[in-house]
Design a protein around this ligand. Structure first.
Ligand code: NIG
Ligand code: FE
Length: 393
């Protein structure tokens, strides 16, 4: 198997727990080198001690960080909602009802149209340093359209999530409609989706699905072998976060409106709070209290939530900058949340860390330090990306 030596790394962020004593939270290593063998990392250490390799790349003193792990995105959709964004910027509130506009467009799109849109967005993410991405369905909301959305997503990632419970579609509104729709989601739709999905998710919120419905849907998913995750407490206070903690879900996402009880449930359950600051930025909502959560001992991941409605960014670097500037996370906490903690939020330990045996997912920054990710917001700092050992940027 061919080997590549990346040397001359001025600052290497390893996230390796074995290096945190000397290298702080991020396990930093100065004047470092990494050897990649096939799709994996074979060696990490001081450049002066690096072994020989077939190919040699000189980082020229620049920083290398783990590829970003974006654990929350909705990339399978058609249409455009930039007019909703414009209206929000003049004072309209964000409304989950906008999801139905995208559902109509998505149903009308061909598989090829959906696939090429996802391909473009995944390429856009990769160019910005994202090497692992979770992709949800949720704009099909029929048996056929959810199954084909997931089949499209599965062409690009193993981390696929069935979100048939995004909103109740227009044709199910009315007296018994929502309960009939939950029966469809937990019955034929789940059966069609499960072969293409690893996870099941519910938008647990006023105007979407309640706590009891979420419990029913997650239980059905679990019976079909799907692990649960949840959208909760995005727009209002509610029981979603506590449900996620009670069920021991690996992650609960948004966590914008939290009571003290929610915070203590998160701290004691170990369920990761995935914060999506691009949403607050794009909807002009207050940001979640990341500082308070971290100080209470809650584990935090950061993700983009890339979607056409509440937040159409694919940039994890923007999320890091917002987390630091608006949510009082340290730059180190924010980068860790966008890498190793994103991996943990997907139940993964093979990505988000630069250590022997892990996936060779690396990002070379046009900067001497990872600090520049927050220090230089909006600047394209990604100079190179290796994904599973292959140079892709
Ligand atoms: O995570 N909150 C629910 N779903 C998306 C928004 C979807 C949309 O507006 O199209 C979110 O913010
Ligand atoms: Fe989302």
């Amino acid at each position: 198997m061919s080997t590549t030596l990346i040397t001359g790394i001025g600052e290497l962020v390893t996230n390796d727990p074995a290096r945190t004593e000397e290298g702080g939270l991020l396990g930093l290593l100065a004047d470092a080198a990494v050897v990649v063998e096939g799709s994996r990392i074979a060696w990490v250490g001081p450049a002066a001690e690096a072994p020989d390799a077939d190919v040699r790349v000189d980082a020229g003193g620049r920083a290398v960080v783990p590829g970003f792990v974006d654990s929350h995105s909705h990339l399978v959709f058609a249409g455009d909602r930039s007019a909703d964004f414009e209206a929000r910027m003049t004072g309209e509130p964000y409304s989950a009802g906008g999801i139905r506009t995208t559902v109509a467009k998505t149903r009308a799109a061909t598989d090829e149209q959906l696939t090429s849109r996802v391909a473009r967005l995944v390429a856009e993410m990769r160019a910005q340093g994202t090497t692992t991405v979770e992709i949800k369905s949720g704009y099909g909301l029929s048996v056929l359209d959810e199954a084909r959305s997931l089949a499209v997503a599965a062409q690009f990632t193993d981390e696929t999530t069935f979100l048939g419970a995004h909103v109740v579609p227009a044709e199910f509104q009315g007296a018994t409609g929502p309960e009939d729709y939950v029966a469809l989601v937990t019955g034929p739709m789940l059966a069609a989706a499960a072969p293409h999905a690893r996870w099941i998710d519910v938008f647990c919120e006023d105007g979407a699905f309640g706590v009891d419905q979420a419990r029913t849907i997650l239980a059905a998913g679990s019976d079909s072998g799907l692990r649960g995750r949840l959208h909760a407490n995005q727009l209002t206070f509610g029981g979603g976060v506590q449900l996620a903690c009670e069920l021991g879900l690996v992650a609960v996402d948004h966590c914008t409106f939290l009571s003290d009880l929610d915070v203590s449930a998160l701290a004691s359950s170990g369920t990761i709070a995935t914060l999506l600051p691009g949403v607050e930025f794009s909807t002009r909502q207050p940001y979640p209290d990341a500082r308070g959560l971290l100080d209470a001992g809650v584990r935090i991941a950061l993700a983009s939530d890339c979607n056409p409605g509440s937040c159409f960014t694919s940039s994890m670097a923007l999320c890091i900058a917002l987390a630091v500037r608006e949510m009082r996370m340290t730059p180190a906490e924010a980068l860790r949340a966008a890498t190793a903690m994103g991996a943990a939020a997907l139940g993964r330990d093979d990505v988000g860390v630069i250590a022997p045996g892990k996936a060779a997912d690396l990002v070379l920054l046009e900067a001497p330090s990872y600090l520049h990710l927050a220090y230089r917001p909006g600047v394209p700092l990604v100079a190179g990306v290796w994904q599973s050992g292959r140079p892709v940027v």
